[in-house]
Write a protein that binds this ligand. Structure first.
Ligand code: CTP
Ligand SMILES: C[C@](O)(CO)[C@H](O)COP(=O)(O)O
Length: 243
């Protein structure tokens, strides 16, 4: 029977990389500081992680010149007192920002969830499912969804299609991605070339990565249309759930 987090002393932290510019979203303040339903995207993301009973510590990785602004923003919006929230400066790339967040974790943290600030509407059940799977013994866990589109590999030089991977084998991976802390730290110490998610670094160590169901509402706000969808989802939640 899996170990439940209620029965263990494992301490769980969330690292929230929020230091990106949001170039694909268009000009403006850094993406994490733009608003969704009148509240900064980052505040939604921090609340989403703090809502999970498993999460006791949160490290927010802010734009390098924006730590004081982010701290003030979190204080102004009122964060749950039961969660210890730190703010540290990020780096040039997401990978570097996560590494800086990991370096700021208290010594007694055993389980780390890495969650994009850019996924502000992740449901609490998804966060709990990832944390629970790590606490039950999986060294690395990702939430993922099947794809709706067919995916092609393309030669960027010629523009010619080079293959069509079997869609049934593909998954779109979301965050939070959950890890045994030592495994994630080792991955960040070992893999230095550019990667687009933390799990792929762990895969390169030969460590198995467990998939749990993702959620459509955990989508990443990347392009302007994503913000339109996020506003609609938030408005529906506020109308129906008192969110
Ligand atoms: N140097 C960076 C780059 C990205 N991120 C964070 O990583 C998450 C996922 O990245 P993405 O959606 O690609 O955000 P941006 O890098 O801001 O987007 P873009 O590539 O459009 O600029 C975001 O929460 C972003 O703030 C980060 O902490 N530090
Ligand atoms: C981590 C991630 O959200 C998983 O889908 C994604 O890889 C981030 O990629 P981006 O290039 O930073 O948008």
């Amino acid at each position: 029977m899996p170990i439940s987090y209620k029965d263990t002393n494992l301490r769980t932290a969330a690292v929230i990389p929020a230091a990106g510019r949001g170039v694909r979203l268009g000009p403006g303040v850094p993406k994490a500081l733009r608003t969704l339903g009148g509240v900064p995207i980052l505040v939604h993301a921090v609340r989403a992680m703090a809502r999970a009973r498993a999460v006791q510590v949160i490290v927010v990785v802010a734009p390098p010149d924006g730590t004081a602004e982010v701290r003030a923003l979190l204080d102004a919006h009122g964060m749950p007192e039961s969660t210890d929230i730190k703010v540290v400066a990020g780096g040039e790339a997401r990978q570097e920002s996560v590494r800086l967040g990991l370096a700021a974790l208290p010594d007694d943290v055993d389980v780390v969830l890495v969650h994009d600030a850019a996924r502000p509407l992740v449901p609490v059940d998804t966060v709990e499912a990832v944390a629970e799977a790590v606490r039950a013994g999986a060294p690395a866990v990702v939430p993922a969804l099947p794809l709706a589109d067919t995916v092609k590999t393309v030669d960027p030089d010629t523009g010619l299609v080079t293959g069509t991977p079997r869609r049934a084998l593909l998954r779109a991976v979301q965050t939070p991605q959950g890890f045994d802390r030592a495994t994630l730290v080792k991955a960040h110490d070992t893999v230095t070339h550019d990667v687009t998610d933390d799990a792929s670094m762990v895969e390169q160590l030969g460590v198995p990565v467990q998939v749990v169901p993702g959620h459509e509402e955990a989508f990443k706000v990347t392009r302007p249309l994503d913000l339109v969808l996020a506003e609609a989802v938030l408005a529906r939640r506020r109308a129906t759930d008192g969110y």
